[in-house]
Design a protein around this ligand. Structure first.
Ligand code: NAG
Ligand code: NAG
Ligand code: NAG
Ligand code: NAG
Ligand code: NAG
Ligand code: NAG
Ligand code: NAG
Ligand code: NAG
Ligand code: NAG
Ligand code: NAG
Ligand code: NAG
Ligand code: NAG
Length: 805
């Protein structure tokens, strides 16, 4: 026994030495680790704990993420799971050269370097010696350039995932000329390219994933050589051909995903040969023609996405599907009439999208009974009320019914649907109260009831701990503004209702609120001081209420505020000079998320309606973060315009019209470099229009009418195009070529400083020459209308002086 033990002991010593990984491989891995460390800027916070076990003194076969072959004679590294190596708050870019040492590990069969934000081109040498690779995962990095040809020599490769990178195909000059590209810049990184024909050499490939890259053009015909292919995933590129006619030859395909490209033509009939097909994703292309019924004869089919094309459903066909679908998208497929009955045979359905069709009739009871998880029926013409059975579902999580003709009250048992996260009922004809039970839905994140005829009291939502998005606008709610929402509320839209009373001071309890919209109600009283504690506010819309008192100067505390609309109220007093300190209107917003970023669901959010350049406009919630507006119009504000408003460089719109402001327009307004629309009309402003306004290069709308302004309208820049006489009407003596009214010569100022040429028409326009479009248009008008002979040459400086007299 003792001998045997001794033997075993010595054997294990023997093994533990001979079973070490080869020194060259160990060195290569240590080299990889050190170059990775070198490449990371040590001043940023990160964690690389996953490589802690990689040290010189131990056997690399025992290191984390390293797998060696189990063969007894030689232990070599066969697999490296190097995904998500660096953990940091922001992705740290890692240069692709760190991969080079890996090229020495020739025994490698599996290499996973996904999710590392490696930037730059794939070093071509890395793969030339890794000829044993079977599994290569490079997903979610920032690799750019093209796929190095060495990868196409990896003849054992079965799994290749290069999705979510910045890769493009190779593009040769010949291909470029074939494409007849008008501008061909081969060094331009934004230029995509074809998926290389050589992909067809990887004949063992079972999974090919090139999703979310920059490939364009066609799918190479050599893909048809990949007979073992099970997954072909090419979503979200710019491919623009027909689906390959012979795709049906890849009989092992289980997933064919071509969505989010520009695929044309019809759904090729060879797809019906794919007897193992489970997932067919063709949505969001430009496919056309009829939707073939044989699709539903593919027994294995589980996920079918055809929406967002120009496909047509044959509404007379009576389908008997042989498949059992889990997910079905037929949005914008011209479905008409009732929701098709055959869907009831799909007992496993968890996702149903029939939005943007011409469906009519009621919400079928049988759909309610199917316990589907996500139901999208928006943009149809469905009628009637919702069946209570729908909310007894244990599965329902998303229900989007916007823009139909549903009516009646919401079923009182709506709160039974405890798994619901998203309810979108906007643009229907629902009425009555919101059922109290809704506050039982703990997971509710988004509730959009806008554009209906809901009325009465709003139930207490505080138990809904997650509710972040609430849109009750355009309904018939009344009573005081309720403050009965979750602390998580970020968006609260209650506009266009009949709310009355004062602004509640405990609004500040909503300490995550970003967007508060109460326009078109009957809210009275003063703006509470407490408002300035809501430091997360980005959008505050109180338009068209009956607010009075002055604007508190503490409002500058709202450092994130980008959109402030208090127009059409009874606010009085002076405009606080502190308004010029509103940080959110000074800096161009950068880090602010857009509302819709909070949700990854395909839902259209309501626009924010504002008065934009003289008409009501909806600002899309998808890009709300790029707007910065200040609208104080239609109040009783008096005193002078504070010069400090000129600090608000981020403002695109400034409207202070219909108030009682007096004094001069501050010259600082010329610093509002982003301003597109400036409305100061209907006040008592006097003096001249500051010449600095000609610096406003984005200005397209200006209204200073109905004031007491005089003197020359500034020239140059966009001011030369501001030639609508209505914008200057009813003042005390404005002149200028914009309104075809010459300014009288100034007798006090001799013409000494001005060179001769200044007396010509063109130099009278002086500063305008740089921005000649509007300028020449104006000149042309003047020439055509024959005014030129009546207008004497003018001198800018003289007229400027004259205005001061
Ligand atoms: C490291 O990061 C700091 C700040 O993040 C930056 O100032 C510095 O230039 C960076 N150094 C290198 C070498 O990238
Ligand atoms: C990766 O590329 C994207 C798109 O160009 C860019 O926005 C992102 O900052 C890059 N990430 C790193 C870590 O370089
Ligand atoms: C590939 O291996 C050979 C020797 O086996 C070596 O000479 C060559 O440098 C290696 N190539 C790369 C890119 O590492
Ligand atoms: C691909 O295979 C063809 C033959 O089918 C061969 O001529 C070509 O050299 C191969 N290309 C690569 C990159 O391996
Ligand atoms: C398809 O898959 C089957 C079973 O997984 C396999 O036996 C066969 O070799 C594969 N290739 C082709 C071309 O059928
Ligand atoms: C959609 O297809 C129809 C024919 O079915 C065609 O008339 C129409 O022009 C197509 N629309 C687009 C945008 O391609
Ligand atoms: C629609 O289906 C019906 C019944 O199957 C058939 O008779 C008709 O030809 C089809 N129409 C089109 C346009 O395919
Ligand atoms: C919706 O259906 C009703 C009848 O149910 C009809 O009167 C109306 O015109 C339809 N609207 C649209 C946009 O098709
Ligand atoms: C909404 O429903 C009411 C009855 O409740 C009806 O009078 C009205 O016409 C409906 N409006 C629309 C647009 O269908
Ligand atoms: C805010 O005050 C009102 C009454 O003034 C009260 O009904 C409501 O519950 C309060 N909200 C919060 C969140 O405390
Ligand atoms: C202001 O709101 C009232 C209802 O409170 C509405 O009748 C009126 O049309 C609104 N005014 C404007 C200009 O929208
Ligand atoms: C300004 O905001 C801070 C929090 O950001 C708050 O503590 C303070 O009370 C606010 N001041 C006023 C006057 O509201």
């Amino acid at each position: 026994m003792a001998e045997l033990r001794l033997l075993l002991f010595s054997l294990s010593i023997l093994f533990s030495t001979s079973l070490c990984c080869p020194d060259d491989q160990k060195l290569a891995l240590l080299h990889f680790k050190s170059s990775l460390l070198d490449s990371i800027n040590s001043s940023t916070q990160y964690s690389l704990s996953s490589l802690d076990s990689w040290d010189d003194s131990s056997d690399c076969c025992h290191w984390d993420m390293v797998t060696c072959s189990s063969r007894s004679n030689s232990r070599k590294v066969v697999a490296l799971h190097l995904d998500s190596l660096v953990l940091a708050e922001q992705p740290i870019p890692i240069p692709s050269m760190v991969l080079s040492p890996l090229s020495l590990i020739k025994s490698l069969m599996l290499l996973d370097i996904s999710s590392n934000y490696i930037v730059g081109e794939i070093p071509p040498g890395v793969f030339s010696n890794l000829s044993k690779l079977v599994h290569l995962d490079m997903m979610q990095n920032n690799f750019s350039g093209s796929i190095p040809p060495q990868i196409f020599h990896l003849r054992y490769l079965q799994y290749l995932d290069m999705s979510s990178n910045l890769l493009k195909g190779v593009i040769s000059k010949e291909v470029g000329s074939l494409l007849n590209l008008r501008v061909l810049k081969l060094d331009d990184n934004s230029l995509g390219g074809y998926i290389p024909e050589e992909i067809g050499n990887l004949t063992k490939l079972q999974q090919l994933n090139l999703r979310s890259n920059n490939f364009f053009g066609m799918i190479p015909s050599s893909v048809l050589f990949l007979k073992e292919l099970e997954i072909l995933e090419l979503r979200d590129n710019s491919l623009s051909v027909e689906i390959p006619k012979d795709i049906g030859d890849l009989t092992n395909l289980t997933t064919l995903a071509l969505s989010g490209n520009r695929m044309t033509g019809g759904i090729t009939s060879s797809i019906q040969k794919l007897h193992k097909l489970e997932t067919l994703r063709l949505e969001n292309n430009v496919l056309s023609g009829g939707i073939p019924t044989w699709l539903f004869d593919i027994k294995s089919l589980k996920d079918l996405f055809l929406g967002g094309n120009n496909l047509t459903w044959n509404n007379t066909v009576n389908l008997e599907p042989k498949c059992m679908l889990a997910q079905l998208s037929l949005s914008s497929c011209r479905l008409a009439g009732r929701i098709p009955d055959w869907i009831s045979t799909q007992k496993d359905l968890v996702f149903l999208d029939l939005s943007r069709n011409k469906l009519e009739g009621p919400f079928p009871e049988w759909v309610a009974e199917m316990d589907i998880g996500s139901i999208f029926l928006s943009d149809n013409n469905l009628t009637g009320s919702l069946p209570p059975r729908l909310f007894r579902s244990e599965s329902l999580s998303v229900l989007a019914l916007s823009r139909n003709s549903f009516s009646g009250e919401l079923p009182s048992n709506i709160g039974d649907a405890i798994k619901v996260m998203i309810l979108v009922f906007s643009g229907n004809n629902f009425s009555g109260q919101i059922p109290k039970s809704i506050s039982k839905i703990y997971r509710l994140l988004l509730l959009d009831l806008s554009g209906n005829r809901f009325s009465g009291n709003i139930p207490d939502f505080r138990p809904n701990a997650l509710l972040a998005y609430i849109d009750f606008s355009y309904n018939e709610f009344s009573g005081e503004i309720p403050v009965i929402f979750s602390q998580e509320t970020r968006i609260l839209s209650l506009g266009k209702n009949m709310f009355s009373g004062k602004l509640p001071s405990n609004l500040t309890d909503l300490n995550n609120l970003e967007h508060l919209d109460l326009h078109d109600n009957r809210i009275a009283g003063e703006l509470p001081m407490s408002l300035s504690q809501m430091s997360t506010l980005q959008v505050l819309n109180l338009r068209n209420n009956t607010l009075e008192g002055s604007i508190p100067s503490t409002i500058t505390n709202l450092t994130n505020l980008r959109i402030l609309d208090v127009s059409s109220n009874n606010l009085s007093g002076e405009i606080p000079a502190k308004l010029g300190d509103l940080v959110g209107m000074i800096d161009t917003p950068n880090t602010l998320r857009s509302v819709s970023d909070m949700f990854t669901f395909p839902i259209e959010f309501s626009d924010l309606i504002v008065n934009w350049k003289k008409s009501k406009q909806g600002l899309s919630s998808h890009s709300l973060e790029i707007y910065s507006l200040l609208d104080l119009s239609k109040n009783q504000l008096s005193g002078q315009l504070p010069a400090s408003l000129g600090h608000l460089k981020g403002l695109k719109l400034l409207n202070i019209s219909y108030n009682h402001l007096s004094g001069k327009i501050p010259a600082t307004f010329g610093n509002l470099e982003s301003l597109e629309s400036l409305d100061l009309s209907r006040n008592r402003l006097s003096g001249s229009i500051p010449r600095t306004l000609s610096k406003l290069q984005e200005l397209t709308t200006l209204d200073v009418s109905n004031n007491k302004l005089e003197g020359q309208i500034p020239v140059g820049g966009q001011m030369d195009t501001m030639n609508d006489p209505n914008s200057y009407a009813n003042n005390s003596g404005l002149c200028g070529f914009q309104i075809l009214l010459p300014c009288p010569p100034d007798p006090e100022q001799p013409q000494v400083k001005q060179p001769e040429a200044d007396d010509s028409w063109f130099s009278w326009q002086g500063a305008g020459i740089g921005y000649s479009v509007g300028f020449f248009a104006t000149i042309t008008i003047i020439l055509v209308s024959g005014c030129i002979s009546r207008l004497p040459p003018q001198n800018r400086h003289r007229s400027h002086r004259r205005q001061r007299v």
